[in-house]
Design a protein around this ligand. Sequence first.
Ligand code: OAD
Length: 260
Amino acid sequence: MSHGIRRAAQLLSEARRVVCLTGAGASAESGVPTFRDAQTGLYANLDPMELASAQAFRRDPGFVWRWYMQRFGRLQDVIPNQGHLALAELETFVPSFLVVTQNVDDLHERAGSIDVVHLHGNIARYRCHDCRHPYELSEAEIAAEEPPNCPDCGDLIRPDVVWFGEELPPELLARARQAATDCQVMLVVGTSGSVYPAADIPYWAKTSGATVIDVNPEATPISRMADLFLRGPSGEILPEILDALELFRPGEVDDGDDDY
Ligand code: OAD
């Protein structure tokens, strides 16, 4: 067991309030593409502004619609990975544990996480672009080339996700900010820290005195400011932290031998 894993487990075992900020990397081992990974990221070959923005949707609703229907369809075939499952079990060791995710999939919930804030929305939910009327898609509409129209106002139906240039739901951002300033440990998993205000959250925690732990196979601005950077895939690192927590449960004796 590495010192970093043991240290992370010790910090989490001593914390009363933990916030875990996750990004696309937390779902990568489930087979969900990330956004910016050089080879596999969704944005690698497409300009995000041509896809995830109201301007793009207005300019070519069918193109944006088909891109989201493809992503939504892919999510029907994936399952939570070992990182999601370890996170859900980690919650049981901590009195107060909040997952704040930038992801629009429901893999945290399906893994058993109880308290999940979706800062960027949920790709399984749809609504009217103008009047925000919630809308249940039919199978035919999921397969359609163009988005359906709102039964109330006639505008186009779109995914209930946050697009570039759009505001995050203020009540969710306020909850994430409050939790970040109150927590003892901020666990960051699988984000490049490229998109604000989500990328501010670890800094809010750090300036409020929390210890920041970053889990990512690559170094990012967040790993550079973190107190502890655990380099590796979350599907391996998080289960290792969970196993190491056994050392810090009341009544366990830490024999201190570091078998590497
Ligand atoms: P990115 O694609 O920008 O970053 C994914 C991060 O996950 C990278 O730092 C990878 O190194 C890391 N990663 C890859 N595989 C991993 C693994 N197995 N375990 C842990 N980490 C891994 O995705 P996000 O940071 O989530 O916004 O992007 C943030 C936002 O930008 C998204 O929510 C989306 C996008 O525009 C909206 O949709 C509004």
